[in-house]
Every structure is written in C-alpha cells, then in structure tokens.
Ligand binder design. Structure first.
Ligand SMILES: [Zn+2]
Length: 352
C-alpha cells in the first residue's frame, strides 16, 4: 500500500472534483441536445444546422442564453425576447443527464467495472483511469450511458404524447448491434456447437436473444394495459408503444436476463404508482417508459450484487425461462389480434 502525503491526497481530491465537474458539464450539454431531439424529432424538424429558438416566440436564442441550467436560472425561466416562461423541464433534463453521467462515471468507470457481473474488476480510481485506460470499459460505459440517454428521450416523448420516431428506434438499435462485441457480459455458458468457437457470433446471439426477450416483455406490458382499458384511441396506442421500444432496446443492450429483471421491476414500480395515485394524482401522468428507464438505471448500478441472489436471472439461467417469456408473449399477441365482438363495438362507439 503506497503512503501518500497530505499534499498528494489533496491533489487527488482536487483532481477528482475537477473530473466530476467536467463530466457533469459534458452531461448537461448532452442533456441540452436531448431537449432539442425530444422537441424536434417527433415534429419532423431537422436536428442540426439550425439555431435554437424560443418555443413560444420563435426568436433565436443567443449562445450566452443557451448555457445549460445556468442560462435558465439567470433569466429566471423567461425568454429574453418575449418574456414568456420557459418550462423548468429543460434545465431539469440537463441536470438529470449531467447527474446520470457523473453517476455512471463513478459506478462503472472509476470503480473499474465493479458493478458489472462476470467481469473481473480491473483497477480503480482516477490515476488508474488516466495511466492505464481500459478501453473496453470506457466503450461499455459510453454504451450504457447511450442506452439511458435514449430511454430518457423516449420517456419525455411519451410524456409529450408523441409516438417514438422510427429514426430514433433504428439509430439506437444500430448502436446496440455495433456495440455488441464490447458488451463483455457473457450471458450463457452453454452455447450450441455452431456458436462455441466464435465470440463474435456469441455477442450477436446475445443481442438477438435480448431483443426477443425485450419485445416479448413489451408485448406483455402492452397486453396488461390493454386489459385495463378497453378502447384506447389509435394515437394513444401508438404513444404507448414507447414501452415496447424501451424494453426492446434494454434487451439488445443488456441481454435477456437483465431485461427480465427490468421489465418486472418497471411493472412493480408502475403498480406502486397506481396505488399511490389516490394520495398524489399527478403520478398517473408518469409515462410507462419512464419506469423502464428508472429500472434500467437501478439494474446497471446493482447488477453484480444481483448475481449473489439465488435463482436471480444471470449467466447460469436456463434458456427455458427465455422460451417461457417468448411463448407467453406469443399467446397474448394471438389473443389480442383476435377481434372480440364487445371490444370492437365499444371501439366503434368511441370513434363516433
Ligand atoms: Zn420567446
């Protein structure tokens, strides 16, 4: 154990604090971009090459008035041009993404991957990170951050009652496929003979199995909602598909076992919210995909700890469990596509 003088310790603390501020500022700027994406993408507006404008008066926002969090506080939540209020959601999203990046930086990268299952933690600390950068862990942290970032975007679009654009879904899925080789969590130990020799094929198989489980859980979530509401409008159905997109992406990025834990946890969180709604009514306005985002963050933080719980879905889970989930979703899908006389007449009435 090396002996550090107080001066060296103070220096390391200063370096750590500087890193935290820098990472937070980076995250807040990415959060600012997420606000732009959530506003423009569902409206079919271009993302880049145009200045930010006030959503109320459409006047361009100057660079000095577009600093994440700080500008909103300095202008007391009002547009400089028209004086109308700017939603506190913008700085809150910026702060949330900043906080998310700091959390992931410490929990996953700074710790040397101490939160990840099946991966031996490498070194830890900022000095280790700067001197012996573990590129696979850096890539993995970026991929996990990208997942949480997209999930937050999906939840915000659902809160705005906008359907998740296909462009976003396909882009996020492509990142998931491209990132498959660095998603170092080997999710099963018994691969069939054709996959036994190729880690690349195993990585893509993990990705495909995760996608299947995510879509299946999404279908089960939607089936549950459908049962509680007989005749939702087609627009509401489209908006609700956000939960399916969210779970499909979690499956692709984290594997079928993790998305199983996330789907059950998200349903549990929603159940708690429904029970709390008589005491605090606004809780029903929380979109279903937001619970998936929260459960995914909890999953990433507690992943290694979960592997110590007996029978918890992990690398040694039997593939039979995955087959049961997919079969259950297929049954729900078959029942849903069969027209029910009472259901369709109610739907026809509500359309008039
Ligand atoms: Zn304005």
């Amino acid at each position: 154990v090396p002996d550090f003088t107080w001066w060296e310790v103070a220096n390391m603390w200063a370096l750590s604090a500087f890193a935290a501020v820098w990472v937070f500022a980076l995250g807040a700027n990415l959060g600012s971009f997420l606000n732009v994406v959530v506003y423009r993408l569902p409206r079919g507006m271009p993302l880049a090459l145009s200045v930010s404008r006030c959503p109320k008066c459409a006047n361009p926002i100057a660079v000095r008035d577009n600093i994440p969090i700080i500008s909103w506080l300095r202008l007391r939540g009002r547009c400089r041009a028209c004086g109308q209020g700017i939603s506190p959601r913008y700085p809150l999203v910026e702060a949330a993404v900043g906080g998310l990046l700091v959390l992931l930086f410490y929990v996953e990268l700074h710790s040397g991957g101490a939160n990840l299952p099946t991966r031996t933690p490498t070194g830890s600390g900022l000095v280790w990170l700067l001197t012996l950068p573990a590129w696979d862990l850096i890539a993995l942290t970026c991929i996990h951050f990208a997942l949480l970032y997209v999930l937050l975007g999906i939840a915000l679009m659902q809160a705005d009652r906008r359907a998740v654009p296909w462009k976003l879904t396909i882009f996020a899925a492509c990142v998931g496929v491209a990132g498959a080789p660095v998603m170092v969590v080997p999710l099963t130990t018994h691969w069939p003979a054709i996959l036994a020799d190729s880690t690349l094929l195993q990585d893509f198989a993990t990705c495909v199995m995760g996608l299947a489980a995510g879509v299946a859980w999404g279908v089960l979530h939607l089936g549950l909602r459908r049962a509680s509401n007989l005749a939702p409008s087609s627009r509401r159905v489209q908006v609700r598909r956000a939960v399916l997109v969210a779970l499909a992406l979690v499956g692709m990025y984290l594997g079928w076992q993790a998305v199983t834990v996330v789907a059950v946890a998200a349903a549990g969180l929603r159940g708690i919210a429904v029970m709390l709604s008589p005491i605090w009514p606004p809780v029903v306005r929380v979109p279903s995909s937001a619970y998936v985002a929260v459960a995914t963050l909890a999953q990433l933080v507690s992943w290694r700890w979960q592997t110590t719980i007996p029978y918890w879905p992990g690398p040694s889970s039997p593939l039979l469990l995955l087959a049961v989930i997919v079969a259950a979703a297929t049954v729900v899908l078959a029942l849903r596509s069969r027209p029910v006389a009472g259901d369709s007449s109610i739907a026809a009435l509500s359309r008039r």
